[in-house]
Design a binder for this molecule. Structure first.
Ligand SMILES: [Zn+2]
Length: 328
């Protein structure tokens, strides 16, 4: 299952969707050199403080469970899994049929078993391939916290991988993206549909209700510094921090480690602009992954409306992706 990945050519200017930097890692031990990230970004004119770059990236990508997820969900794993799966299915189907059906011509049985196994293997690989185009909790959602910080520097990140000549290529991509145009367009869309806000909320619930974060509450919580909360507008408050502030609930009374949960569905009472910002952040890593993997599929009429597209190299820009996949 080879995928073509967008080449990260020399960064030449401020165009949405232009790849600024890509960093490779081995798929068996996914680890990205963050010092290399910093020097590469600085060479391209991006001066980003440590708190906006290394700290959130480390938190998102260095947990052992995340590394395991990246390895077992990689294209290389799927690539080698296909023949193994085929052999297992062939043996299982053959032994099942052989026990119940008496066949004189074994070649007929073998042919039928092979066809059934090919069909089942293809179906399973197809389902896995399709699920890779959906937002996943283990990587895309973890990268929300990184993108919430990097978007201030007009950058968004994603992790994408593909197989080439039986070799895995796993890369962390930094893509230039000025979110202001998408934010304005998506806010306008939500405001236009304000009269049917109940319908919009139902659609968001339907498509995002599975996006629930469960995290452990730290035993010792530091007091927020005076003035911080007042200075943060709703739009710029990180989604993942909101989780800890808003839901230190009765779970704390649990016997062991208390947990909190946060739904990523935007609240009904939020303004259109805040909702739009939350949606853009939630789907930013998934969109960037599809963009660099050249797996974005959009209706052709969007190509005929370049003014509505804030990215010149893809059929859909981020706000259009959310409009077509989530709000429609
Ligand atoms: Zn847009």
């Amino acid at each position: 299952m080879a995928l073509s990945l967008r080449k990260c050519n020399k960064y030449q200017g401020e165009n949405n969707s232009q790849c600024v930097l890509s960093i490779s890692s081995g798929v068996l031990n996914p680890e990205f050199d963050l010092e290399l990230c910093r020097s590469g970004l600085e060479m391209n004119g991006f001066q980003i403080p440590e708190s906006d770059l290394e700290a959130p990236l480390k938190m998102a990508l260095t947990a052992p469970s995340v590394k395991r997820y990246i390895t077992f969900n990689s294209s290389l794993f799927h690539f080698f899994m296909a023949p193994v799966l085929y052999i297992i299915l062939w043996c299982a189907v053959f032994s099942s049929l052989h026990s119940y059906i008496t066949v004189t011509d074994y070649w007929v049985l073998c042919l039928c078993v092979s066809l059934v196994s090919i069909f089942l293997t293809t179906a399973i690989i197809f389902i896995l391939h399709r699920s890779n185009k959906e937002i996943n909790m283990n990587l895309d959602v973890r990268l929300i916290a990184v993108n919430e910080r990097l978007v201030k520097h007009k950058l968004l990140v994603a992790v994408a991988d593909w197989v080439e000549n039986c070799t895995s290529n796993l890369q962390l991509y930094f893509v230039y993206w000025d979110i202001s145009h998408c934010l304005r367009a998506l806010t306008e869309t939500l405001e236009e549909q304000n009269y049917e806000s109940r319908n919009i909320q139902k659609k968001l619930q339907k498509r995002m209700s599975h996006l629930v974060l469960v995290s452990e509450v730290p035993q010792i919580q530091t007091e927020p510094q005076e003035g911080d909360v007042e200075q943060d507008t709703d739009e710029h408050r990180p989604l993942l921090q909101e989780e800890q502030e808003s839901s230190t609930t009765s779970d704390q009374k649990g016997a062991h480690q208390p947990t909190t949960s946060l739904s990523l569905v935007p609240d009904t009472g939020l303004s259109a602009q805040v909702k739009a910002h939350q949606l853009l952040m939630t789907y930013s890593a998934l969109y960037m992954k599809l963009l660099v993997s050249e797996r974005l599929s959009g209706p052709s009429h969007y190509r005929m409306r370049p003014k509505r597209n804030h990215c010149t190299t893809a059929s859909l820009c981020l706000c259009q992706y959310i409009r077509t996949k989530i709000l429609r």
